[in-house]
Design a binder for this molecule. Sequence first.
Ligand SMILES: NC(=O)c1ccc[n+]([C@@H]2O[C@H](COP(=O)([O-])OP(=O)(O)OC[C@H]3O[C@@H](n4cnc5c(N)ncnc54)[C@H](OP(=O)(O)O)[C@@H]3O)[C@@H](O)[C@H]2O)c1
Length: 198
Amino acid sequence: MKILIIGGNGTIGKKVAAALSGHDLIIAGRSKADIQVDINEADSITAMFRQLQSVDACICTAGTGYYGEFATTTEDQWMPGIKGKLLGQINLVLIGKDYMTEGGSFTLTSGIAAEQPARNGACVAMINGAINSFVLAAAQELKQDQRINAVSPGLVEDSMERYGALFPGYNPVPMQRVTNGYLLSVLGAVNGQILKVY
Ligand SMILES: NC(=O)c1ccc[n+]([C@@H]2O[C@H](COP(=O)([O-])OP(=O)(O)OC[C@H]3O[C@@H](n4cnc5c(N)ncnc54)[C@H](OP(=O)(O)O)[C@@H]3O)[C@@H](O)[C@H]2O)c1
């Protein structure tokens, strides 16, 4: 299976890539990747898919959102995450569906914040919730037996050092449980699911 992993060099993405290592993997990112893409830019996404011509599965583990004090936060702080993690992933589907083989799949990444927002995490909570809603809707619209799911990870154990302080009281999730969510989405038959791993 020809599997595109955007963000495949990141904390979660590199473990997803390892779990899918028997397949024809293409790792995409802004740097040090098999193919360069910036999901913030629709033209960049189009150029990537044109170069690849077709894929059997598209996984995205790229993108983030703003964390900061709610009382003083502004639109300017929220826009990069909306443009990147939210619209970037949506554009991967809107553009990528024309390059996706029959029966192929999209797997987006949201996160636990959609349901259990951390303090200072309103932006990320909103983005993750919107991704989940997009997946529910897009699953009804995709043609050619194409499927779409979101993996919604909790705080993964590999990220405790980086993000643990932002999420006091959150239970770290073993990485294998998270990578299994991606395997279920890509290799299984599930469609229109929010695969919660927390
Ligand atoms: N880690 C966790 O505990 C956790 C928990 C819940 C949800 N999540 C979500 O899971 C996803 C992955 O998290 P992570 O911790 O693995 O992130 P990460 O370690 O920061 O990795 C992100 C990857 O995406 C690439 N990337 C970033 N921006 C990009 C862009 N605009 N275009 C293309 N590639 C881009 C990065 O490579 P380049 O910089 O080279 O482009 C990097 O390889 C995120 O959506 C995050 O919000 C993570």
